[in-house]
Design a protein around this ligand. Structure first.
Ligand SMILES: NC(=O)c1ccc[n+]([C@@H]2O[C@H](COP(=O)([O-])OP(=O)(O)OC[C@H]3O[C@@H](n4cnc5c(N)ncnc54)[C@H](O)[C@@H]3O)[C@@H](O)[C@H]2O)c1
Length: 252
């Protein structure tokens, strides 16, 4: 029970890495609010997580919208009493170079991937301060630490997440709030299939390529969740401002 008596918000918790982490957090004893733009998915994961005997919420929240985030955070705080764990994980990708990325796509990617964690942090950190501290984990990417092809807006947004993490860690260390990023490599979620579709590549070949790394396989959402649990729990009590890479050696 590594997160007993904690209350968490997981964004993008309706699918993939967010879903696996929301379930793992509940299994570790945390109350969990699942925020997702897909309300049905958020509620389904909240129902699954409730089986662990914790309080759960599944809310329709678009992390790029100020009003949605404000309402979602207030609802979670009212239901749980406070929020002391935040997993900023919702993300989208557009596989295109600078010429082919439309202004609208750029704004969408930056809105979800960068404005999202900004807004969540803005409204959750005051609750953490009032509660005496907390832990934030932001989902970056290997492509936030190095470049990647045909993913200009995504690479830019994930580098912003990695450095937002460091800046938050510096500002709020004195408040006993730790802030770290988890940086997955290719992980078996619907996002990978979406990438294959955007690049007009055959899914099987695309997934096979994702296995090409020292450990010879892509990651599972549960393996990323395990790293998030560690960063969110007191087991990592002296870790803040770090960028933890969980990628089977992909960018080693
Ligand atoms: N899968 C990978 O290979 C991989 C690698 C590195 C980083 N990541 C990152 O991991 C995170 C999770 O991705 P995943 O692979 O689980 O993808 P996913 O597509 O399975 O899940 C993403 C979830 O975010 C939700 N979402 C999208 N836009 C939203 C918005 N505006 N507001 C709220 N929720 C929204 C989606 O509905 C979905 O449930 C993302 O930040 C992604 O960039 C994924």
């Amino acid at each position: 029970m590594r997160l007993k008596d904690k209350s968490a918000i997981v964004t993008g918790g309706g699918s993939g890495i967010g879903r696996a982490t929301a379930l793992a957090m509940a299994a570790e004893g945390a109350n969990v609010a699942i925020f997702d733009i897909n309300e049905e998915a958020a509620q389904a994961v909240a129902t699954e997580a409730a089986a662990f005997g914790v309080k759960t919420l599944g809310l329709a929240v678009n992390v790029a919208l100020d009003e949605d985030v404000k309402r979602g955070v207030a609802t979670a705080a009212a239901e749980f009493g406070t929020v002391n764990v935040l997993f900023n994980n919702a993300g989208i990708i557009r596989r295109a170079n600078v010429i082919d990325t439309t202004l609208e796509e750029w704004d969408q990617v930056m809105g979800v991937n960068v404005r999202g964690p900004f807004l969540l942090s803005k409204y959750v950190i005051p609750l953490m301060i009032a509660d005496g501290g907390g832990a934030i984990v932001n989902t970056g990417s290997g492509w936030g630490l190095k470049g990647g092809g045909d993913a200009l807006s995504y690479c830019t947004s994930k580098a912003a997440v990695v450095n937002m993490t460091r800046a938050l860690a510096i500002d709020h260390g004195p408040d006993n709030i730790r802030v770290n990023s988890v940086n997955p490599g290719d992980t078996n979620t619907p996002m990978l299939r979406e990438e294959a579709r955007q690049l007009s590549q055959a899914e099987a070949a695309f997934l096979e390529e994702s296995n090409d790394r020292p450990l010879k396989r892509m990651g599972t959402p549960e393996e990323i969740a395990e790293a998030v649990i560690w960063l969110a729990s007191d087991a990592s009590s002296y870790v803040t401002g770090s960028a933890l890479v969980v990628d089977g050696g992909g960018i080693a």
